[in-house]
Write a protein that binds this ligand. Structure first.
Ligand SMILES: *[C@@H]1O[C@H](CO)[C@@H](O)[C@H](O)[C@H]1NC(C)=O
Ligand SMILES: *[C@@H]1O[C@H](CO)[C@@H](O)[C@H](O)[C@H]1NC(C)=O
Ligand SMILES: *[C@@H]1O[C@H](CO)[C@@H](O)[C@H](O)[C@H]1NC(C)=O
Ligand SMILES: *[C@@H]1O[C@H](CO)[C@@H](O)[C@H](O)[C@H]1NC(C)=O
Length: 483
């Protein structure tokens, strides 16, 4: 296990400062033009990939390559506890960059392994959409959306890649295996027992389909309608909240100020951005945000492509990548502790948490649905995690990341009529229930299984949700005061 220096802010800050001093040296070295006649450096420039090792392991985790998607602690076998239902929140799979990047046509966004599963899925979709051999309830309001990425190997701006499809197929597959012998219902779900929401993006819609194909099988999938969420936060009826944007702006201001006080990082980000982004006018602007640079670099890193170079053969190197990632990880860690961020997430996630609670109650009252899928974005996962009080996990925001909520019934409940119902939360396969701050009495079933009473989350959403904002309801909390 690597030592996680980002857990201790102060310690980390000192280390970061030392590291920034070292970095400055590196940055200037990196800006030096290469000797003109050195044939070796020009030739090798184009072939330096980021190699997987102890130091870069953290970075590759974000890619979440299909081979790294393994079963976690989802589901547990017990005579006393029966699994009533499951809520799944996923981030879409691997996608192309959000902006134009250098040499994108040389990057291979396809995926070679797991080919038989992918082929079968392609055939299924072909039967479904082209041949009409399987009758399909239909894509609902996603009518007209392609069900697969339009290119097999080419990276497209903002679009899911074939690697992304394989990630979701794999995720559905391993989760289904996790529930064998634990959740019988999964193997006999009717279409009315499954509810699926996706944001209105191709990448989330396509991710939802691929996930469901292996998780509930193609038979059930063809009878399910995909519902649209108009918001990335899945806020349902509780969306508009002007003060949330005010909180967000304060946070942004703070983050920008932080970058100003780290000029070496700002310079690193700008020079790296200049090489990475390919559209002239935007290079400087995008490079000014280390988070944009980080996102763009993932396009090379997650597809084993060599890091980008400019026409003068100045290349982004391993140290630059490490610098951008350390800094952005550190900013995210700081953000997690920022009060404006927490308030923002609380307000943004209210609609979703309210929806989750009502679904939990349907599950325990045996009316169903029993499987809810929300197909969303990194923002969705991080806002919900923050609102629930979960600790910052630097690997949370990986492609095809997952948060799963399981609802359990105690079969040995007392005969006083009260229902003994619980839930647990897993973040990328790890039980994080004990981090949920409103859970009063946690039940440790075993080392990796903790349960929280559903009563606690019901009380939270009805009585305590807005306490930290000094209000009692969403509407009042959202009004901008003293302006
Ligand atoms: C793109 O990559 C090719 C092959 O690696 C290389 O010849 C070319 O110079 C690169 N273009 C840019 C703008 O870096
Ligand atoms: C597609 O349809 C053909 C012909 O009906 C069938 O043999 C095949 O199994 C189907 N494939 C999938 C993946 O559903
Ligand atoms: C599947 O569900 C149907 C109706 O919901 C039920 O009649 C049937 O017995 C179930 N099959 C299994 C194997 O549980
Ligand atoms: C709520 O009230 C407390 C005490 O008066 C204050 O410190 C805190 O800043 C208030 N919170 C908000 C969100 O206004």
């Amino acid at each position: 296990m690597s030592v996680d220096i980002f857990r201790k802010p102060m310690h980390c800050y000192i280390l970061l400062s030392i590291w920034i001093l070292l970095l400055v040296g590196g940055v200037y070295k990196f800006l030096e033009p290469k000797p003109k006649y050195s044939t070796s450096s020009i030739g090798t420039d184009q072939f330096h990939n980021l190699v997987f090792d102890v130091k870069t392991k953290r970075i590759f985790k974000i890619c979440n390559l299909p081979g790294d998607i393994k079963s976690g602690n989802e589901g547990f076998k017990s005579k006393q506890w029966s699994l009533k239902g499951v809520l799944v929140l996923i981030r879409h799979g691997d996608r192309g960059p959000l902006q134009h990047v250098t040499n994108i046509s040389y990057i291979n966004c396809g995926y070679e392994e797991w080919n038989t599963h992918l082929k079968l899925y392609q055939e299924y979709l072909h039967n479904l959409t082209v041949l009409g051999k399987i009758s399909w309830i239909g894509p609902g309001s996603f009518h007209g959306f392609p069900v697969l990425p339009t290119h097999m190997t080419q990276c497209q701006i903002g679009q899911l890649t074939m690697q992304g499809i394989v990630q979701l197929l794999k995720l559905g597959h391993i989760l289904r295996e996790s529930y064998v012998g634990i959740w019988q219902k999964l193997f006999n779900l009717s279409h009315s027992e499954v509810v699926v929401y996706s944001t209105r993006y191709r990448r989330t819609f396509q991710s939802a389909l691929a996930f469901l194909y292996t998780f509930i099988t193609g038979d059930t999938l063809s009878k399910v309608t995909i519902l649209e969420s108009q918001s990335m936060s899945f806020c349902f009826k509780d969306c508009g909240c002007p003060i949330a944007d005010t909180f967000y702006r304060s946070l942004r201001k703070h983050i920008t100020k932080q970058l100003f006080s780290h000029p070496a990082v700002a310079l690193l980000s700008e020079t790296t951005g200049r090489i990475t982004f390919s559209v002239g006018a935007e290079q400087g602007l995008l490079g000014a945000d280390p988070h944009s640079v980080r996102d763009a670099l993932l396009t090379y890193i997650c597809h084993s492509s060599s890091l980008p170079c400019n026409s003068l053969h100045n290349c982004v190197n391993r140290r630059n990548v490490a610098g951008i990632f350390s800094y952005t990880d550190w900013v995210n860690h700081q953000k997690w502790g920022n009060v404006n961020w927490r308030r923002y997430c609380l307000l943004k996630s209210y609609g979703l948490i309210k929806h989750i609670v009502s679904q939990m109650l349907h599950m325990v009252s045996n009316s169903g649905p029993y499987l809810i899928l929300y197909s969303g974005h990194d923002h969705t996962l991080e806002q919900l995690s923050t609102a629930l009080g979960l600790q910052n996990d630097p690997h949370l925001l990986r492609y095809a990341g997952r948060i799963i909520i399981e609802v359990y019934n105690n079969n040995l409940q007392l005969l006083n009529g009260a229902r003994d119902v619980y839930f647990r939360i897993l973040s990328n396969g790890k039980d994080v229930t004990r981090q949920v701050y409103f859970c009063k009495e946690l039940l440790n079933v075993r080392q990796d299984v903790t349960l929280c009473r559903i009563e606690d989350i019901v009380r939270f959403i009805h009585d305590d949700y807005f306490t930290s904002l000094n209000f009692t309801n969403f509407k009042d909390s959202c009004v901008i005061k003293n302006v």
